[in-house]
Design a binder for this molecule. Structure first.
Ligand code: HEC
Ligand code: HEC
Length: 312
């Protein structure tokens, strides 16, 4: 009998207990948020702002603000619109430091700076620059190293520029200029050119046809397979996926490989592999080059280059 009553008491306690706890919790939340139970933007800021602002305000001289400010900006930014309608205390507690770079609320497409260099660029002016250089600024004529029509007669370390798109060329020149791509000769030259001149010369070379195609005549089966199939077990996509069939290039930013000398090709693959060329935006070439052996790179170099240039 006593056992039975105890059971009823426990059952009743279980029925009443949880709703009661919920009731008390709701009441507590309503009191805490102004009485109507709504969680206001102001209430969220009140907890987010001090936490985010602390590192910036308490350690201004240390190295911390540099790393703290980017992480604090997304947290602090969202409540800002609400602060406009909320009373003054909000604005006072918001950090005054400007947000570096793009804000988390900026959804406009990110456009590279070199796109602007190409806008309205005159290829005729680029042709003049390619032929004469900029003697006043110590820039040699491009044709001295890259050949009379963007095709190098000697090959070697000098790439053909003909057959590459204006976008790719402008990106490379901008990268040489900013130092994202390092090669002393081209870094000096690109830094001596104005943005407008980079646009002009890229527009000019973008109009020139590449050298005749001899892709696949050398390099054998190894290279051919890597080009058109890749290698699944090593997570290596086919080169042709990005660089087009027979290395012809694809779209604005996937360069033509066909006809580049085996020296230039090997130099670039080695540079991607050891990280000295890092301007492939998401690191695809750095990743893929590391999965290739020296022998395979050599075979691919011969495959894309075709026969060696005949000295004239
Ligand atoms: C003194 C020789 C020399 C001159 C002059 C020169 N270049 Fe170059 N250029 C090079 C070399 C060497 C490379 C290869 C860089 C590397 O290995 O990363 C190169 C690479 C490039 C590339 C990258 C091509 C690619 O496939 O990624 C572009 C674009 C370029 N040069 C444009 C120009 C333009 C435009 C001019 C004239 C204003 C010019 N160069 C003048 C030597 C020269
Ligand atoms: C996922 C796409 C992708 C694949 C697959 C790919 N590449 Fe690339 N590759 C790129 C991009 C993008 C660039 C240009 C990077 C830049 O902006 O400088 C590039 C650049 C290169 C360059 C430098 C060209 C120049 O003119 O300087 C070489 C050489 C090259 N790739 C070889 C290869 C080979 C060989 C393979 C196959 C084993 C391959 N790539 C597979 C995307 C790819």
């Amino acid at each position: 009998m006593i056992e039975h009553r105890k059971g009823i008491a426990i059952a009743v306690a279980l029925m009443i207990g949880p709703p009661f706890v919920t009731l008390v919790a709701t009441w507590h939340q309503m009191v805490g948020t102004g009485g109507d139970g709504l969680i206001r933007a102001s209430a969220v800021t009140a907890t987010a702002t001090p936490a985010a602002a602390t590192p910036a305000t308490t350690t201004p001289a240390s190295a911390a603000p540099a790393t703290a400010s980017p992480s604090s900006s997304p947290a602090a930014a969202p409540p800002a619109p609400a602060a406009g309608t909320a009373p003054a205390p909000q604005a006072a507690s918001a950090p005054a430091t400007p947000v570096p770079g793009r804000s988390a609320l900026d959804f406009s497409a990110s456009r590279p700076a070199w796109e602007g260099f190409l806008r309205g660029a005159d290829p005729e002016a680029g042709k003049q620059l390619a032929a004469n250089g900029k003697p006043g600024a110590g820039v040699q004529a491009c044709i001295a190293c890259h050949g009379p029509a963007g095709i190098t007669p000697t090959g070697g370390i000098f790439p053909n520029l003909a057959g590459l798109s204006s976008d790719y060329l402008a990106k490379q020149l901008a990268d040489f200029r900013s130092g994202t791509r390092i090669q002393p000769l081209m870094n000096t030259i690109a830094r001596a050119l104005t943005e407008q001149e980079i646009g002009q010369v890229a527009a000019y070379y973008g109009t020139l046809a590449g050298p005749p195609l001899h892709v696949g005549e050398f390099g054998g089966e190894t290279a051919r397979k890597l080009d058109i199939q890749g290698d699944g077990p090593r997570a290596l996509p086919a080169c042709a996926n990005c660089h087009g069939l027979r290395g012809m290039g694809e779209g604005p930013l996937l360069p033509r490989l066909a006809g580049q000398s085996k020296e230039y090709f090997t130099d670039q693959m080695t540079a991607f592999r050891n990280g000295s060329r890092q301007n492939d935006d998401v690191g695809v070439m750095r990743a893929f080059s590391q999965r290739l052996t020296d022998k395979e790179i050599e075979a691919l170099a011969l495959y894309y280059a075709g026969p060696p240039p005949t000295p004239k």
